[in-house]
Design a protein around this ligand. Structure first.
Ligand code: SGN
Ligand code: CA
Length: 543
């Protein structure tokens, strides 16, 4: 594991201020130059985890867990209640964040297509304008990252124990637990590797809480005594929603007892499809780690076997087993956020640093009976966004406007005083969070392409306004869905073709067309992306 020591370090801009104080009375003009030059470019710490549901951040008030460090960002800055993604899957969301463009513009429409690093991204722009830039942890975009002075990233999804990393293109295996390794690498860059006289961008990306939710020993028993009650629509029957019915991401039906829920019994009675795959993950642990793991999980396995659960009881047991591990891996993420915030504070970097916490998308914690993401329904379309910047954002700011992950790139460029290229499709959030702007947009556009694939969520696109949502599922189906989010926040009643909503439906179709024109999407592009995907997967086209 990499080591870092917290030495007392005086950042460049503080030196600037000392100098300013010293020369201030002699040469006013010169000193002003020093101050503005130093102050105009804030540092940026962009923290992103993978699959972190907003329901599992205590600042959002769902009462599932306690994330005091992530909450610090909201308390000291802003929380976004309507933050959304462009495409609820890992690599496409990351590509949209880097480029500020929708998937059909940046080309990374699904996890399968290659990402073209040669195109512009906001890190490249910051780097060209004097920033030191680093990318640490999960990125899930193949190829050597461009725009970064330093990169140390996971190959693909990464592994919870003894993780591999690719440091500036060179693969290494680190001992220990991934969340801490990622934090240590980030802190090491902040403390020892960057040029401290320059503003910096640190993209600090955790793998957790991505499947298969393997906690560290410290948190094995966290929330053990809590019996989680599944959401009200846990036993959803998907009436009127055939696209929702056809997925394979049900906690009850699709969660693997061993792979997902850790029932790796030593005598091998519990035979599941993915047992072997979990065994490989387990085998990455040291003997000491395995002993601690077994000491916690073996009694749960024995108890589970003795109960012979079935039907709804088994579903609720699975839900609880899932929630316990999912929330535990988040606790380690929260610890890392605390370490990074403390580093900024202890090193005088707090005032001039923008800190963002977000996830590559939302996640289902039992809503509709599900885990995973992909759908344009709220829990996976939405994503947590918390942001602080003491110079411009008042503590306790709450933002209820519709914002999207394509907004990060223009926001950071705006703060850094760099021109925002016309091709960028997001909007800067700067005015919204400092109170100068009250309305940003009236609708959001969404696309999802990864089908046929794992979890079987159909290809779809759609539009969401503050109140309504229109979705079109296509390719091997042709299904329209319309929701009134005010009356039906759980999206249980498809109102499409309901006469009472005829005018809403007409307006939403018009809104959808406006969005597609504004951003440059079309059925023809969907067709192109579909053909590329089917070719790559070697699947014959259905007619
Ligand atoms: C893996 C997971 C899926 C998950 C995708 C995409 N299976 O394939 O459950 O939906 O990643 O996730 S696993 O068996 O490998 O865990 S993403 O966040 O990378 O898009
Ligand atoms: Ca993800």
């Amino acid at each position: 594991m990499s080591k870092f020591t917290l030495k007392h370090n005086i950042p460049a801009y503080l030196l600037g201020f000392c100098l300013l104080a010293f020369v201030g009375c002699k040469n006013d003009k010169a000193s002003k130059t020093v101050e503005t030059e130093v102050a105009k470019q804030p540092n940026i710490v962009f923290i992103m985890s993978d699959d972190h549901a907003y329901q599992a951040i205590s600042a959002y008030g769902h009462g599932l867990n306690n994330t005091p460090n992530i909450d610090r960002i909201a308390n000291e800055g802003a929380i976004f209640n309507k933050g959304f993604v462009n495409n609820s899957i890992c690599a496409p969301s990351r590509a949209a964040i880097l480029t500020g463009k929708h998937s059909f513009k940046n080309g990374k429409v699904d996890n399968l297509q290659p990402f073209n690093w040669d195109q512009d991204n906001f890190a490249k722009s910051l780097q060209k304008n004097g920033y030191q830039t680093a990318l640490v942890g999960k990125i899930h975009l193949d190829g050597l990252p461009q725009g970064f002075d330093y990169s140390n990233v996971l190959p693909g999804q990464g592994q919870y124990y003894s993780p591999d990393f690719i440091e500036n293109g060179v693969k290494k295996t680190y001992p220990g637990y991934i969340t801490h390794v990622t934090t240590d690498i980030a802190l090491d860059w902040l403390q020892n590797k960057r040029e401290k006289d320059k503003p910096f961008l640190l993209m600090y990306h955790q793998k957790a809480p991505h499947r298969t939710w393997m906690p560290e020993e410290k948190y094995f028993t966290l929330l053990d005594s809590v019996n989680f009650v599944p959401p009200a629509n846990f036993f959803d029957d998907y009436e009127d929603r055939p696209a929702a019915a056809s997925q394979e991401m049900s906690i009850f039906k699709d969660m693997d007892l061993v792979y997902d829920l850790k029932m790796l019994d030593k005598n091998g009675d519990i035979k599941t499809k993915y047992r072997g795959m979990f065994q490989k993950k387990y085998d990455r642990m040291t003997d000491e780690q395995k002993a601690a793991w077994d000491a916690y999980y073996d009694p749960i396995i024995a108890d589970f076997k003795s109960q012979n659960l079935e039907g709804k009881e088994l579903a609720v047991w699975k839900f609880n087993r899932y929630m316990h591990d999912y929330l535990r891996v988040i606790q380690s993420v929260d610890d890392g956020v605390g370490q990074v915030l403390d580093y900024l504070k202890e090193n005088g970097l707090e005032e001039n640093t923008i800190v963002v916490y977000t996830s590559d998308q939302g996640f289902y914690l039992g809503e509709h009976g599900w885990f995973d993401k992909r759908f344009m329904y709220e829990e996976s379309f939405r994503t947590p966004i918390l942001m602080k910047y003491p110079k411009e954002i008042k503590p306790g700011t709450v933002i209820d406007e519709l914002v999207q992950n394509i907004d990060f790139a223009p926001t950071f460029l705006d703060y850094a005083g760099i021109a925002i290229d016309e091709s960028i499709q997001g909007e800067s959030l700067r005015g919204l969070v400092n109170g100068e702007v009250t309305e940003l947009r009236d609708a959001l556009y969404y696309t999802f392409y990864e089908f046929p694939a794992e979890h079987k969520v159909k290809r779809h696109y759609g539009v969401r306004t503050d109140r309504y949502k229109l979705i079109h599922f296509y390719y091997d189906v042709n299904i329209w869905e319309l929701y009134d989010l005010e009356k039906d926040p759980q999206e249980m009643h498809n109102l499409y073709d309901n006469p009472e909503y005829a005018s809403v439906q007409k307006d939403m179709h018009e809104q959808l067309e406006r969005m597609r024109q504004k951003y440059g999407d079309s059925d023809a592009l969907n067709e192109e992306n579909l053909n590329r995907y089917l070719n790559k997967k070697n699947i014959k086209k259905k007619h």
